[in-house]
Design a protein. Structure first.
Length: 291
């Protein structure tokens, strides 16, 4: 069993070997000290001597949402906000990737159809496709960067992997990896298609939360508001069957979208914030997001 707080109790031998013996700050001299108590708000992308990977603030729009009846998926504000939370990195080339079911790097074949650089590669084997990212990212002390697949943008036959990088100190580049899940199935990435989504996170903060499970009756005010919402939703759904009802004219309830509590009180009046869109700034050499 591991006693190092940097290792899980069931850490495999390779992980233990990689982490090595923990070093105390006092045992190492000459290292820079970072001030984590600051209000800096930046995310820097350092070029590596060639064209950077194209990027843009993540847009709210998604192809599958556009295709829903009357585009009803856009009525889901949590989807809209998640879609916009961060930046998308865009494929520099068009290519097909196909896996034959084997475990070696050669068992994944990538065929470039429209040139661009850097091109994806099969490096790890086991159906993993690797995108190299042509920038080195840095964030303020205490802020890390999560890299994952494009949010709410499913792609058949392939799955995006996720990672969190300590970009507040790391001088190391990182890659974006996808694992093919269906053998003998050609998968295409178009030039300009999002292949990664990056967003700032705070690893120290997640460790400070204390999960609790409570009965609803322990918070009478919340219980009252929840029951008000539940009754309103049940009545609204029942009235939808009447084409002459107000519910049929409204088509959907908009209280959450508008930031209103079930009693009509706007959340902004309580001192809390409400967002219906995000204003994420583009990188200077990137694209602006689709409006």
């Amino acid at each position: 069993m591991s006693k190092d707080k940097n290792l899980p109790n069931d850490a495999p031998p390779a992980w233990i070997e990689a982490v090595g013996e923990p070093k105390s700050a006092k045992s190492v001299t000459g290292c820079p000290v970072h001030n984590v108590e600051n209000d800096e708000k930046f995310i820097k992308a350092y070029s590596l001597g060639y064209d950077p990977t194209p990027s843009r603030p993540a847009p709210a729009q998604r192809p599958f949402m556009d295709e829903t009846s009357s585009r009803f998926a856009y009525r889901c504000l949590p989807l809209n906000i998640a879609n916009q939370y961060g930046w998308e990195l865009l494929s520099p080339c068009t290519f097909d990737v196909q896996w034959n079911g084997g475990s070696s790097p050669e068992d994944l074949v990538i065929t470039i159809l429209e040139d661009g650089w850097p091109q994806p590669a099969s490096h790890f084997g086991h159906a993993v496709m690797t995108y190299h990212i042509a920038q080195l990212f840095r964030t303020p002390p205490g802020i890390q960067l999560m890299v994952t697949g494009p949010l709410n943008r499913p792609k058949d036959g392939i799955y995006a992997m996720s990672g969190i990088i300590e970009t507040d100190w790391s001088p190391y580049t990182f890659t974006m990896n996808w694992v093919v899940t269906r053998p003998f199935f050609p998968i295409r990435f178009e030039k300009g298609e999002p292949f990664a989504h990056i967003m700032p996170v705070n690893l120290a903060q997640i460790e400070q939360f204390k999960p609790e499970s409570l009965p609803m009756a322990s918070d009478p005010e919340l219980k009252e508001k929840f029951e008000m919402f539940r009754n309103s939703r049940n009545n609204f759904n029942a009235e939808l069957y009447d084409p002459e009802s107000e519910a049929s004219k409204e088509r959907w309830q908009k209280a959450y979208f508008r930031g209103n509590a079930p009693d009509g009180c706007p959340v902004n009046a309580t001192g809390l914030d409400h967002w219906t869109k995000l204003d994420v700034k583009p990188f200077p050499d990137g694209k602006t997001k689709k409006k």
